[in-house]
Design a protein around this ligand. Structure first.
Ligand code: 5AD
Ligand code: SF4
Length: 438
């Protein structure tokens, strides 16, 4: 009987895609995917270090699996992802979780099958974490989570060193894929039925392909791929958002009119402390330009509440910015100290209760605006790319508008993968309800 694997993924879409690659490699080697963790004899945890309490959640999950390993010594326990790029995590694993079999990092995912086979054949623990990325490994197999949309890495790593962020230390320096490699992958995906691609990178607009191809050029190139319907990207840094990219929104019909543009704070003083390299005014100017060029563009953002030294006045600047931009949605984070980042050493940490109180006020504002914006869709007809049935009810289909709004509506499974007209009957805070236009 073939061994079955199960992957638990924490964190961002980069991690989600890394897990798709790991699944692809294991399937190619003849392993089988297990329906759930209980069925599996190879367990993989792909970790994240950005999110709040990441360490605690990871070690909690791992601790809970110790008994499984004890009851079944043949179970193979693998851990990988961003947390493995931090020495203190490796030290803890060695000291407290010696029963973990395979440890690898973000830069050597391609070695996973070989490490796994070593464990199986030699019954010897495998720890291999590369400190930084070497050459980009092309052509790894991928087992996609979705049939009609796909995640496509275009660049890896980050050179920005925002003072709160661990990513530059866990994902290394920026490296971009060759445009031809990306195009080849996308053409292959389209041939396989993919309609929508999400271009991924920690900072996609600092993409630098061969022969001077920048991010906007890449969009223009992908816009020509026949059969591809939608192009999205994630995440962009405001400091690198060029006029050329704004123009691409106007010129490229496949580029969805939606942008995730993390602002982090509305206070220019805090932005400086964060090393974000733009002011509140510069950010608002970018938003103005985007809205002028693409009037119906939808926008989302990331905001950190309670960065060290954030005063009530600073926080009110954030609220003011949110009121001015009127985001369609926002991911809000309580600042949390990341070991090894400059902000770890900042002395004026904001007390927990103050952080929480501000966080709640921000979430209330963000949600009110989301609900108001979504209500405006009532009565309109939207083109929805149908992604699948909703998690709760199989007759309810779910899809996204060009502007990334989630739409739920009744329909039949044959609609999955198609772009159909849906009349919006209700706008809620986080989604739209609709009915199919006959
Ligand atoms: N604390 C809170 N939020 C953080 N983020 C990154 N690092 C931290 C941290 N130390 C948030 C940022 C980033 C998103 C992916 O995670 O808002 O854009
Ligand atoms: Fe982290 Fe800043 Fe790089 Fe984004 S741009 S990954 S927040 S360091």
């Amino acid at each position: 009987m073939n061994r079955k694997f199960h992957i638990t993924t924490f964190g961002c879409q980069m991690n989600e895609h890394d897990s798709e690659v790991m699944a692809g490699m294991l399937l190619e080697k003849g392993f089988e995917a297990a329906g759930d963790r209980k069925e599996a004899d190879i367990l993989i945890i792909n970790t994240c270090s950005v999110r709040d309490n990441a360490d605690k959640r990871f070690f909690g999950t791992l601790g809970a699996l110790k008994k499984r390993k004890k009851d079944n010594p043949d179970l193979i326990m693998c851990v990988c992802g961003c947390m493995m790029q931090q020495q203190h995590v490796i030290d803890t694993l060695k000291q407290k979780y010696p029963w973990v079999d395979v440890v690898f990092g973000t830069h050597n995912i391609h070695q996973f099958p070989a490490l796994l086979e070593n464990v199986i054949n030699e019954r010897k623990k495998q720890i291999s974490v590369w400190p930084d990325g070497g050459e980009i490994v092309e052509g790894l197999p991928v087992k996609r989570l979705h049939d009609n949309k796909a995640l496509v890495n275009i660049m890896f790593g980050c050179n920005n060193f925002c003072t709160y962020c661990i990513v530059p230390y866990t994902r290394g320096r920026e490296r971009s894929r060759h445009p031809e490699d990306i195009l080849k992958e996308v053409r292959g995906l389209v041939a396989d039925g993919v309609k929508e691609i999400m271009l991924l990178g920690q900072n996609v607009n600092s993409y630098k392909g061969a022969e001077g191809v920048d991010f906007a050029d890449l969009i223009y190139m992908l816009n020509e791929v026949e059969g591809l319907e939608r192009i999205r990207f994630m995440t962009s840094h405001p400091k690198d958002l060029s006029d050329k990219l704004i123009q691409a929104f106007v010129d490229c019909d496949k580029l969805c009119k939606n942008i995730h543009l993390p602002v982090q704070s509305g206070s220019s003083r805090i932005l400086k402390e964060m090393n974000r390299k733009y002011t509140k005014e510069q950010y608002l100017e970018l938003v103005r330009k985007l809205k002028e060029a693409v009037p119906h563009i939808t926008m989302s953002t990331d905001i950190i509440v309670g960065f060290p030294g954030e005063t009530e006045e600073d926080f009110e600047e954030t609220l003011d910015l949110v009121r001015q931009v009127r985001y369609d949605s926002a991911f809000t984070f309580l600042y949390s100290i990341r070991k090894g980042t400059p902000a770890e050493k900042y002395e004026n940490q904001v007390p927990e209760e103050v952080k929480h109180e501000r966080f709640n006020r921000l979430v209330d504002l963000v949600n009110t605006i989301s609900a108001e914006k979504n209500a405006l869709y009532k009565g309109t007809v939207q083109k929805v790319l149908v992604e699948g049935s909703s998690a709760r009810n199989s007759k309810t289909l779910a899809g996204r508008t060009d502007g990334f709004k989630l739409v739920n509506f009744h329909g039949c499974r044959e609609m999955i993968g198609r772009t159909i007209d849906v009349e919006i009957t209700e706008g809620k805070t986080f989604s739209l309800e609709g009915k199919v236009v006959e």
